[in-house]
Design a protein around this ligand. Structure first.
Ligand code: THU
Length: 161
């Protein structure tokens, strides 16, 4: 038996002011787009903004439904939009923020399990790491080097062969 560690690290910044101008802009876009979320049930508005490798910016927000399971997270709305509009475009960085109408929004949230699975497949198919910036509408900012770190031992297309 061997024991293997699968470590990963995150960068923690005390606020958006510590970020580079490009990262700061992307986070501000994620924060601003939360207002386009359709989340009347959870009142938890999530906004995601991606900078593609070619410089284009694409955004997404969560879209809910009275039939609750139909709702889609902001991250997967964004990935679908990128995939539909810019075939196989690599995503360099994605920022995710939220506006919790029932409470605080001063600490980062990170993508749910389904979104992690979608993110790692997007990384794999475009052969491009997605840096992830996480923050609420204010406060600390986490930066993760690639989505794959959020889903170690992930199930991938090769497993189907
Ligand atoms: N949600 C996202 O859009 N992204 C996340 O990373 C976490 C959760 C949405 C799903 C649902 O519309 C609401 O937030 C509450 O779970």
């Amino acid at each position: 038996m061997i024991k293997k560690e699968i470590p990963f690290s995150i960068e923690i910044y005390s606020s958006v002011k510590e970020l580079s101008s490009l990262d700061s802009l992307l986070l501000q876009q994620a924060r601003a787009i939360t207002k386009m979320a359709y989340a009347p049930y959870s009142k938890f508005n999530v906004g995601a903004a991606a900078r593609l490798v070619d410089g284009n910016i694409v955004t997404g927000t969560n879209q809910e439904n009275a039939s609750y399971p139909i709702g889609i997270c902001a991250e997967r709305v964004l990935l679908s939009a990128v995939s539909s509009q810019f075939a196989n475009a690599g995503i360099g960085t994605m920022a995710i923020s939220y506006n919790n109408l029932n409470g605080e929004s001063s600490r980062p949230i990170s993508p749910c399990g389904m979104c992690r699975q979608s993110l790692v497949e997007y990384e794999e198919r475009t052969n491009q790491n997605i840096r992830i910036i996480l923050s609420g509408m204010e406060g600390e900012v986490f930066i993760i080097e690639k989505a794959h770190h959020l889903l170690p031992l992930s199930f991938m297309s090769d497993d189907l062969k």
